[in-house]
Write a new protein. Structure first.
Length: 194
């Protein structure tokens, strides 16, 4: 199976032998990469039963749970990094979840699809329809997403909450971008801290 670009970038952001919590870890592909390449101690939290089983089959430590319930079982600063990749747009209580991530982790790595991508804008403008793209692959009636945010929205969120952006990486089709990310990036990855 081909390695995802967002997973490669996140892996490169993690320190060797780091202690990592992956929220909404899915089938554990990113967790496996971190264990294999960074010798990281990784735990995951996932809501979906089938995804939890796939993680367990890979020998990964995963707990079934809803991240919106909080991370009360974890003490402050128990992880070097907390990953919230391709999950935040499905979270209703974003403030609370980010706050909890920053409580239990020194840094938070947040990855999300950019709803302001030019293809999404064009679909809305020219077709008058909710876009279905590679990074937003669901029809409006079947999407798990409850938030449709842009890179600029997340930057404003960080500024408003007093969060420091340590790094931002913008992803296009199979590569990173530097020019006009709010318009041309399909996805973004931010590293933030208090």
């Amino acid at each position: 199976m081909k390695e995802r670009l967002d997973h490669r970038i996140i892996c490169d952001l993690i320190s060797r032998d780091g202690n990592v919590l992956d929220l909404g870890c899915g089938d554990g592909a990113l967790m496996s990469l971190l264990v294999r390449e960074k010798n990281a101690s990784v735990q995951g939290i996932e809501l979906d039963d089938e995804a939890v089983h796939r993680c367990v089959e890979k020998g990964l430590t995963v707990f079934q749970g809803d991240i919106e319930s909080g991370l009360a079982d974890y003490p402050d600063h128990s992880f070097d990094d907390v990953i919230l990749n391709q999950s935040m747009q499905e979270v209703r209580k974003v403030d609370f979840v980010i706050e909890e991530c920053l409580r239990v982790g020194k840094r938070v790595i947040v990855g999300f699809p950019n709803f302001a991508h030019i293809n999404a804008r064009a679909t809305i403008f020219f077709k008058g329809k909710t876009p279905v793209t590679r990074s937003l692959p669901y029809f409006w009636y079947a999407t798990p997403n409850v938030r449709f945010l842009s890179i600029r929205d997340f930057e404003d969120f960080c500024r408003g909450k007093g969060l420091r952006v340590l790094k931002a990486v913008y992803l296009g089709a199979g590569r990173t971008l530097a020019c006009c990310p709010n318009l041309f990036a399909r996805n973004a990855i931010f590293v933030v801290e208090k």
